[in-house]
Write a protein that binds this ligand. Structure first.
Ligand SMILES: [Zn+2]
Ligand SMILES: [Zn+2]
Length: 198
């Protein structure tokens, strides 16, 4: 099951994946209160807080999420720590509120698996928007979380610090080569499919 919370920082989304009473929160740009209410109502034990990447609009409330779900492991890609801990790279500096996100991360890499109840997600390393951006693919459910790499009508910017067009192009080609039936849930905007409308 997936539940999307919208209207986060810079209109970002938070996605909650849950199965058999276990949960995984993807990104932290929406104030934690509504997310927490839903989690309590549905009796979900949050095992993971995953950051698709380290930009401010996806990590701004991370401290509040860690406080609300102290038992959860906080996951990011190995190459993303440099973004999280650099106020220029995580874009918070541009927005006039420089901060760094320096926590005890559980680092993941390409091909790692994350299990939530009966669902298994594979980590796809999709650099370009940031160096350690990840997508999470659940093959059984034909569901993918794409962060700011792929949107319904476009793709992420590559002009921030550590952004790179060549890598982003490679990452997008890889995603577009996946099964067209996969529904993807982005860091902003609506869900869609690889082939188009949803
Ligand atoms: Zn971003
Ligand atoms: Zn974003």
């Amino acid at each position: 099951m997936i539940k999307t919370f919208e209207n986060g920082l810079l209109s970002s989304n938070v996605h909650l994946i849950y199965s058999l009473g276990e949960g995984m929160i993807v990104d932290c740009g929406v104030r934690v209160d509504t997310v927490k209410d839903f989690i309590l109502e549905n009796n979900i034990e949050v095992k993971y807080i995953v950051l698709t990447h380290g930009h401010y609009d996806h990590c701004g409330y991370l401290a509040n999420y860690i406080k609300a779900f102290p038992m959860a492991s906080v996951i990011c890609h190995t190459d993303e720590v440099q973004v999280l801990t650099d106020s220029e790279a995580n874009v918070s500096e541009y927005l006039g509120a420089p901060c760094v996100y320096n926590y005890d991360y559980k680092l993941v890499n390409e091909g790692d698996k994350i299990r939530v109840g009966e669902l298994e997600f594979s980590v796809l390393h999709t650099p370009g928007h940031t160096p350690g951006g990840i997508c999470l693919l659940c093959k059984e459910q034909k569901l993918m979380l794409t962060g700011d790499t792929l949107f319904k009508n476009g793709y992420g910017r590559y002009d921030f610090k550590y952004g790179d067009f060549k890598s982003l192009r490679q990452s997008l080609l890889r995603l577009l080569s996946l099964d067209g039936d996969i529904v993807f849930y982005s860091g902003h905007g609506e869900k869609s499919t690889i082939e188009g409308e949803q």
